[in-house]
Design a protein around this ligand. Structure first.
Ligand code: FES
Length: 101
């Protein structure tokens, strides 16, 4: 069944696929945003604040605040605007550690 509204109510979701965040493996429906998929898996801490180093996480979930930045293939991307695909690998931004370039 294609993702979308189900006849009679509910939401039809795409088939779950595997993705990785900070070395751990999770599952989420293909096409769901990385930020939503992480939230559904209990992950709220997406990056560290650049000044106070405190945990930061998604806020607006629509590409406006940049609170959800993560690293994918060396680029900083908004997790809320990144669709999940099989094998996607993302990392938390850790300021003050070697991980941030
Ligand atoms: S949560 Fe605001 S830009 Fe992603």
């Amino acid at each position: 069944m294609k993702p979308g509204n189900k006849p009679g109510g509910g939401i039809a979701r795409a088939k779950p696929v595997g993705f990785r965040f900070d070395g751990a493996t999770y599952e989420a429906p293909a096409g769901e945003s990385l930020a939503a998929a992480l939230l559904a898996n209990g992950i709220h801490h997406l990056r560290d604040g650049p000044e106070d180093r405190r945990p930061r996480g998604a806020f607006c979930y629509m590409g406006l605040c940049q609170e959800c930045l993560v690293e994918i293939d060396g680029a900083y991307v908004e997790a809320c605007r990144t669709p999940i695909s099989q094998g996607l690998e993302a990392r938390r931004l850790r300021y003050g550690k070697a991980q941030v370039k």
